[in-house]
Design a protein around this ligand. Structure first.
Ligand code: FEO
Length: 170
């Protein structure tokens, strides 16, 4: 049975994921304005990933015979102190999302909602990867410091990021 508490928490998680997408799109726009097209591209792909996460929850809720109700999204931060501040903000945000997913998993365990536990396992693994990837970018930016050449190289490297291949349903 689809636990009502789990369904409500998943509905809230759709909000968190779309809010994440919005935050990353705002970060992309900041980098666009600062003429870092690679960092901007990386954030735009991050935006796409978050929307894909939201759709996983959306599809799951509907596949279990319930419906989603959407919530208001707040205005994201638009200005940042530095490149490092943006990516540190992204890392802190991912750590918060990891906490959300873990609480959701814990709730599904309490409720003995086994299909939800199975579904959420993908997100548990995904958050490990997300934190790892953003954490690597943070470390690389710290290493580059004020070296404009190193930052340009990093911008080019991150601009190579490709959109996610979603294998859901295969
Ligand atoms: Fe949907 Fe980046 O967590």
């Amino acid at each position: 049975m689809f636990s009502k508490k789990v369904r409500q928490a998943m509905n809230d998680q759709i909000h968190h994921e779309i809010e994440s997408a919005y935050i990353y799109l705002s970060m992309a726009a900041y980098f666009e304005a600062e003429t870092y097209p690679g960092f901007s591209q990386w954030m735009k792909i991050q935006f796409e990933e978050e929307m894909a996460h939201a759709f996983r929850f959306y599809d799951f809720i509907h596949s279990r015979g319930e419906r989603v109700t959407l919530q208001a999204i707040g205005e994201p931060q638009a200005e940042f102190e530095s490149i490092l501040a943006v990516f540190e903000g992204a890392l802190a945000h991912e750590q918060k999302i990891t906490g959300d997913i873990h609480r959701l998993y814990g709730l599904a365990m309490e409720e003995k909602d086994y299909p939800s536990l199975s579904f959420l396992q993908w997100f548990i693994d995904e958050q490990v990867e997300e934190e790892e990837h953003v954490g690597e970018v943070v470390e690389n930016i710290k290493r580059a410091g004020d070296n404009s050449h190193a930052l340009l190289m990093l911008d080019r490297e991150l601009g190579q990021r490709q959109p996610p291949v979603d294998v859901e349903g295969e």
